[in-house]
Each structure stands twice: as C-alpha cells, then as structure tokens.
Write a protein that binds this ligand. Structure first.
Ligand SMILES: *Cc1c(COP(=O)(O)O)cnc(C)c1O
Length: 213
C-alpha cells in the first residue's frame, strides 16, 4: 500500500479526538512530502540531528514532535521550533528546556514519560512520581506540561500491553485537567488497543511509511 492510502486508512479509522503523529524517523524528505501532501501536518522524530535537518528542509507549516529520548545538551538545537517534546524523563531536562525556551521567547509544550514497561531499559518516571513532578514543574514558566506519554513492553502479548495501557490511563484520569489533557500511547502495532485505553495521541510510523531498515 502507498503512504497516502495508509494514512487515509488510519485517519479515517480513528476517533476525531485522537491526534495522529506520523513517525518519520529514518524516512526521506520525499516520503514525508507525500504524507504532507495528503494532509498530514504533525510529524515525529526521535533524533535531534535528523529532526533539525528535516525542519530546515521541509515545509514550515509542519509541526515537529520530538518523541525520543532527549539529552540536555541537545535541547538548544530544537528549542526554536519544536512543537511538542514527548519524552521528559528528568527535572534536569525540564529545567534545560525551560531555559532554552525562554531564550527563544516561547513556551514549549512537554509530556512526561511514564515508565510502564517491564524492561529495565525504558526511560521515564514511575507512576507514583508524576504528581510531584507536575507540582515541581510549575516553577518553570516557559514550559507547559500538557500530558503524559509511555511505551508498552516490546511484546506481542496483547494482554500484557493492555494491562500497561490501562495503568497509564488510570494515572491520566487522576491528573487530568484543562491543560493536562494529552495521553500519548500507541504505535503501529498497538494503537487500537491504546485508543481503547483512552489514548488521544498515537505515534505511528511503519503502518504509514512501511518498515524501517
Ligand atoms: C519509532 C517510534 C514510534 C513508531 O513506531 P512504529 O512501530 O513504527 O509505529 C513511536 N514512538 C516512539 C517513541 C518511537 O521511537
């Protein structure tokens, strides 16, 4: 199937309150332009250098999301333009984003990454730390916490993934406000399950662009 028809299939099958982030990491500008011409405006990347390059080269109406692990020393490169940072996993990182946002005279929207997976390698805060972090972040005037994100365990056990999504949805409902209104869970293989568990932002790559090398 083509990129445009994959996109159409997904956007027409998800509820209207769910935002689709087209994950374009490793994909060419040509592929991104096909998706953009088909109406997609929000794209997600997980590497700062690649994100910066694509932002320079591609249409300026694209809203770029940083979805991967972000190192503090690289925040300055994306601070001028990034529209949402998904994977905040430390106060130190929030502090740096606040500093760089201020230098650029803007406020940057951020999601706190929550560790729900079984793997020890996945980044993020623990569920019971989130309220404290939200409280703490109020001192940073140039960032806005707009929700939480998570990645499920890398498994094809749907029951396990469902359990993890349900636990983050429960957290989301408990912290939800007018401003904290985004739950970013769900990728190509599990976005339907994520939507069933309250997701309103899905990050889909291979189901749109095909497999990555
Ligand atoms: C790569 C990636 C995705 C998309 O993965 P697909 O399985 O290709 O849909 C989503 N979220 C994050 C954080 C990623 O790194």
């Amino acid at each position: 199937m083509s990129i445009a028809s994959n996109l159409k299939l997904i956007t027409s099958s998800i509820p209207s309150n769910v935002t689709l982030v087209a994950v374009s990491k490793t994909k060419t500008n040509a592929d991104i332009l096909i998706a953009h011409n088909a109406g997609q405006i929000i794209f997600g990347e997980n590497k700062v250098q690649e994100l910066e390059k694509k932002h320079k080269e591609l249409p300026s109406d694209i809203q770029w999301h940083m979805i991967g692990h972000l190192q503090t020393n690289k925040v300055k490169y994306i601070a001028p333009f990034v529209s949402l940072i998904h994977a905040i996993d430390s106060i130190k990182l929030l502090k740096e984003i606040n500093k760089r946002a201020k230098q650029n005279n803007r406020t940057i929207d951020c999601l706190l990454q929550v560790h729900i997976a079984e793997e020890a390698t996945k980044f993020g805060f623990r569920i019971n730390e989130i309220e404290k972090v939200i409280e703490r972040s109020k001192e940073f005037k140039n960032i806005k916490i707009v929700g939480i994100m998570a990645m499920a365990t890398f498994t094809d056990n749907a029951k396990q993934i469902n359990k993890e999504f349900a636990s983050i949805n429960e957290l989301f409902e408990s912290i939800r406000t007018k401003d904290i209104n985004t739950l970013s869970i769900g990728m190509s293989n599990d976005y339907k399950l994520a939507i069933d568990n309250g997701s309103n932002m899905i990050r889909v790559g291979s189901a749109i662009f095909g497999n990555r090398n």
